[in-house]
Design a protein around this ligand. Structure first.
Ligand code: 5GP
Ligand code: ZN
Length: 112
């Protein structure tokens, strides 16, 4: 039994608004959206963070990255989107299961 909330979401033990699923990845709406579209994309296998990847996961990371535009378009983001990965405490990571944020729906301000 895992304590990871995202593993529980994948298993269906915690409900979520799923937007995409296949054998490798799961995508669902963020419960506290920071933009009109805010989706999280996660690997089905538990990986703590970018800091915990190993070389055997290169193909999975490539696969996830290539899926992001497709998932973004499926949510109506036809004119671009922002992708964020927070890593570790100083990176603002709150959930310890690697995830890509996809944000969009209107022009997102720059960082500056
Ligand atoms: P982090 O800060 O770790 O990069 O992002 C974690 C994200 O997960 C946050 O944006 C937060 O709103 C979202 N989140 C946390 N718990 C849940 C949950 O139970 N369900 C969903 N759908 N999103 C969650
Ligand atoms: Zn997990």
């Amino acid at each position: 039994m895992t304590d990871c909330i995202f593993c529980k979401i994948i298993a269906g033990d915690i409900p979520s608004s799923k937007v995409y699923e296949d054998d490798k990845i799961f995508a669902f709406k963020d419960i506290n959206p920071k933009a009109s579209v805010h989706v999280l994309v996660i690997p089905k296998t538990h990986i703590d963070s970018l800091d915990h990847l190993d070389h055997g996961q290169q193909d999975l990371m490539g696969y996830m990255t290539l899926k992001l535009p497709e998932i973004a378009r499926s949510q109506g983001l036809n004119n671009g989107f922002r992708t964020i990965i927070n890593t570790g405490p100083d990176g603002g990571q709150e959930v310890g299961h690697l995830h890509f944020h996809i944000l969009g729906g209107s022009k997102i301000p720059g960082f500056n």
